[in-house]
Design a protein around this ligand. Structure first.
Ligand code: HEC
Ligand code: HEC
Length: 217
């Protein structure tokens, strides 16, 4: 957007058109008015976050609403992948699909980097007993029932990687909801199939327990 603005500025455009482009860009990215002459991708991403994402995910990516995931500290590649899954409709979300579809895919990377660079916060454990059994399941899995250790993919501190999303500190409500989305095939594409197999082997109590543990990390 800012580069359009500047190239529009340099091109010789009829006066009326010129000011209408200026007005539209200014209205969409109010934050950037008076900003640096050539705003970089990072500034552009920050502008989009302020305008669109922050209402639900928080300006620093630490949403305070339990059903909106925290995005802070996630690996940028994971966030880009999920945005693409929302656009293609392979990951279904009545809320995120229309939002992602309106974005310019060229901005996904900068958005991923913006959220990846934010410091993630931890949640509060409310049920210590559940968290303790959740920890055991997360770290060791349950060999007899063929449940793999979650730590094996998501890492033992829950920080994740580019393939496996960060789970540490995430809202328990969101974690639980997503485990059911895997079980019910709402997330049923490439990488998500790994998770579907895992989620289908867990009981309701185990899903709650592992979410309770992860929220406190
Ligand atoms: C109206 C609230 C709302 C807004 C605004 C919003 N989101 Fe979301 N976002 C959600 C919800 C709800 C989910 C969980 C979707 C689901 O059920 O899978 C989500 C999920 C995501 C995910 C997947 C996270 C994960 O853990 O897998 C990404 C990435 C994301 N949003 C990015 C964005 C970006 C970037 C913006 C701004 C351009 C944005 N969102 C704006 C509500 C919102
Ligand atoms: C074989 C590797 C693997 C194992 C083991 C595994 N996961 Fe996952 N998990 C994944 C992958 C891959 C994704 C991302 C799927 C996608 O891209 O949509 C994921 C995503 C998730 C998500 C969604 C996160 C988000 O932000 O939307 C949750 C929650 C989750 N895993 C919990 C668990 C729990 C709890 C366990 C252990 C019981 C576990 N996982 C074990 C590979 C694994």
């Amino acid at each position: 957007m800012p580069s359009d603005y500047h190239s529009a500025d340099r091109n010789v455009l009829p006066g009326a058109c010129h000011s209408s482009i200026r007005f539209q860009v200014a209205a969409m990215l109010g934050l950037l008015i008076g900003g640096p002459a050539l705003a970089g991708d990072a500034d552009k991403a920050r502008g989009i976050v302020a305008e669109v994402c922050s209402a639900c995910h928080g300006m620093d990516g630490n949403s305070v609403i339990p059903n909106f995931p925290k995005l802070a500290g996630r690996h940028p590649e994971y966030l880009v992948r999920e945005l693409k899954e929302f656009v293609s409709g392979t990951r279904k979300s009545a809320v995120m699909t229309p939002i992602a579809a309106k974005l310019d895919p060229d901005d996904f990377k900068a958005l991923g980097e913006y959220f990846g660079a934010q410091k993630p916060t931890s949640g509060q454990v409310l049920d210590q007993k559940a968290a303790a059994s959740g920890m055991k399941l997360y770290q060791d899995g349950d060999e007899e029932r063929g449940v793999p250790s979650c730590a094996g993919c998501h890492s033992s501190d829950g920080a994740g990687s580019k393939r496996f999303p960060r789970l540490a500190g995430q809202h328990r409500e969101y974690l639980i909801e997503q485990m059911y989305n895997f079980r019910n095939d709402v997330r049923n594409y490439g990488a998500a199939r790994l998770m579907r197999e895992v989620a289908k082997r867990l009981s309701e109590d185990e899903i709650k327990a592992v979410a309770e543990y992860l929220t406190g990390l």
